[in-house]
Design a protein around this ligand. Structure first.
Ligand SMILES: C[S@@+](CC[C@H](N)C(=O)[O-])C[C@H]1O[C@@H](n2cnc3c(N)ncnc32)[C@H](O)[C@@H]1O
Length: 243
């Protein structure tokens, strides 16, 4: 942890530690041209490979489970990657970290599906989160979203469209013709199991609803995912396979 401390940004419990950075990330970390943020980086294979390929980008990885984040930080430290910073926080507090329009891109990879309707608001593609993202992303800023969970993906597509985002690069089988792009830890396992990977890019437009302009979303109803395969099942399969 000590070796990795240089990569960790601590909010100090009351998030006041983020105040000098909020709205000033690129000034505080000079030499970077843009700001990319990954939500739920897990063990950080995607983080390390993606950030290493774009040293001119400041890359902030947000993760609410510190045990996973420590493994990700160790990867960054071992590989000598300098353009990544980690924050141990829930993504719902994103506006404490970033000012309006400060972020160029968000990555959401294999977020927890939360199949029950009553938990739908916790999905990182729920309308409440999309409004938060619209506040911190620039106009024209992008969300790059990948998941193996097709019911979650299809539900998310509807939320993006209803919330005024423009969709592109939409596929239900990203690796149909062989591996494409940087795979995350979860993705590599699912790919080996022969599962199809869904991906899309959502672009923030002038029509995208935001929390600051449009307020909170009404309560979600009938939002259960018909195929309730959550990650518990996948994790159990991985344990059986010894992976
Ligand atoms: C299923 S794992 C995927 C990890 C990684 N993105 C990958 O594809 O290998 C989801 C990760 O998101 C994190 N996470 C879930 N909800 C979050 C939230 N609201 N804020 C921050 N991290 C979150 C979890 O702790 C977990 O590490």
């Amino acid at each position: 942890m000590e070796r990795c401390a240089a990569f960790l940004i601590d909010g100090g419990g009351d998030n006041s530690g983020f105040e000098p950075l909020r709205g000033h990330w690129l000034e505080q970390f000079p030499g970077h041209e843009r700001l990319y943020v990954e939500l739920g980086c897990g063990k950080g294979t995607f983080t390390a490979k993606t950030a290493a390929a774009m040293p001119e980008t400041l890359y902030v990885a947000v993760e609410k489970v510190p045990d996973a984040m420590i493994l990700a930080m160790e990867k960054i430290e071992r590989r000598g990657i300098e353009n990544v910073r980690f924050i141990d926080i829930d993504a719902k507090l994103l506006t404490a970290l970033f000012a309006e329009g400060e972020v160029d891109r968000l990555y959401i990879n294999f977020c927890d599906p939360w199949p029950k309707s009553r938990d739908a608001k916790l999905r990182l593609t729920a309308p409440g989160f999309l409004r938060l993202y619209a506040d911190v992303l620039k106009q024209g800023g992008e969300i790059h979203f990948k998941t193996d969970n097709t019911p979650l993906f299809d539900w998310s597509v509807r939320q993006f469209m209803d919330e005024g985002w423009a969709l592109s690069e939409l596929t239900h089988d990203l690796h149909e013709n062989g591996p494409v792009g940087v795979m995350t830890d979860y993705e590599a396992r699912f790919y080996e199991q022969g599962l199809k990977i869904n991906r899309l890019v959502a672009t923030r437009t002038g029509e995208s609803r935001s929390l600051s302009r449009d307020g909170a979303v009404p309560r979600l109803r009938n939002a259960s995912l018909t195929d309730a395969r959550g990650y518990e099942e996948s994790q159990e399969a991985n344990r059986r396979n010894g992976t």
